[in-house]
Design a protein around this ligand. Structure first.
Ligand code: TPP
Ligand code: MG
Length: 324
């Protein structure tokens, strides 16, 4: 007990020096439209950083290109606004060299599921410890209203004036089917409390956590998610002692609830493809998948004699010996 008392700050000045406040995580003023769901994601992330007291100098947000990918500018942490579709390889590069950093990725549905789709598959397979957020507004926002892989069939956009012809790609179901998947969740920007809880659990997961966030684009797709927003019956809240455990007041707002064990992959896959309801919560979590950076570092930390012996073996393989 006396130890604990000794560790308590003795003055407000001590407190201010050590503790980070929300303001420490604020960056530039956002240029997103009024009512854009990206604003809710930004707010949740700043709150998460403050709650977890993440040192801003040890926290990185990596992104590709798109409206969603502007997020690193609005954080008071480090950031890397990369190339279209390349948010994940940038984040992996950061993590492999600096596993001590907290790495977050913000990517759009075009950025992740279209031009960056190959990186998405492999990032899930490498399972590096990072929190990946798919801002799924179902449209290319930044480039002004082109069809995206997640646009629903029939959606009229500037590149599909007669309506999108293909069935949309289900990013949650696709991720659940990828090798080495370790964490998949679904959230919506219009339920900020649940969004925050999901991002918090995603951050605490060791491995790649993939959070698909349905995100409103009021400029190009006004009212697009109203079928869920205006009809609470159509949202299914997933709760479990090993998943989301919202307080009773927040949970009561959902008319449909299901106790879903995130260890159950086949139920998660069924929940991801439901037509009539939108499942929000932790669909899948598996803590036993190893992280690539841990395996890589184990190899990097071979004793020097072993490294030299391995090099000698390689050189010997290519030595041309004169015939005697
Ligand atoms: C190699 C390359 N191809 C195309 C573009 C043009 N471009 C920029 S953002 C974007 C799509 C953005 O859509 P999404 O990823 O869904 O993000 P949003 O703006 O909707 O948040 C495209 C096609 C580009 N910048 N680079
Ligand atoms: Mg988009």
């Amino acid at each position: 007990m006396s130890d604990y008392i000794n560790k308590l700050p003795t003055s407000v000045a001590d407190l201010e020096e050590d503790a980070h406040i929300l303001h420490d995580y604020e960056g530039a003023v956002s240029r997103w439209c009024h009512g854009c769901g990206d604003n809710a994601i930004l707010t949740a992330l700043q709150k998460l950083c403050a709650e977890e007291q993440l040192p801003p100098e040890k926290t990185v947000f990596a992104s590709g290109i798109g409206c969603a990918s502007r997020l690193p500018h609005y954080m008071g942490t480090y950031g890397f606004h990369g190339l279209h579709g390349r948010a994940l390889p940038v984040a992996e590069g950061i993590k492999i060299k600096r596993p001590d950093l907290h790495v977050f990725v913000n990517t759009g549905d075009g950025d992740c599921c279209s031009i960056g789709a190959a990186h998405w598959l492999h990032a899930v397979r490498y399972n590096m410890n990072m929190t990946v957020m798919l801002h799924d507004n179902r449209i290319y926002g930044l480039t002004k209203n082109q069809v995206s892989p997640t646009s629903p069939k029939g959606l009229v956009t500037s590149t599909t004036p007669r309506g999108a012809t293909l069935q949309p790609l289900n990013a949650v179901a696709a991720t659940l089917g990828m090798s080495n998947v370790s964490f998949v969740a679904q959230a919506a920007d219009w339920v900020p409390g649940i969004l925050y809880d999901i991002l918090h659990l995603a951050f605490l997961h060791r491995g790649l956590s993939f959070v698909s966030i349905l995100q409103r684009c009021p400029h190009y797709l006004p009212g697009h998610f109203d079928e869920y927003i205006k009809n609470p019956e159509r949202t299914l809240l997933l709760t479990h002692p090993n998943g989301l455990q919202p307080d009773e007041a927040s949970a009561r707002r959902f008319k449909s609830r299901e106790e879903h064990d995130p260890a159950d992959l086949s139920r998660a896959q069924a929940l991801a493809v439901m037509d009539d309801k939108l499942a929000l919560g932790i669909l899948y979590r598996n803590e036993s998948i190893p992280c690539y950076e841990d395996m890589y570092r184990r190899e990097q930390h071979l004793p020097i004699e072993d490294k030299i012996a391995a090099l000698e073996r390689e050189f010997d393989r290519f030595t041309v010996k004169p015939e005697l």
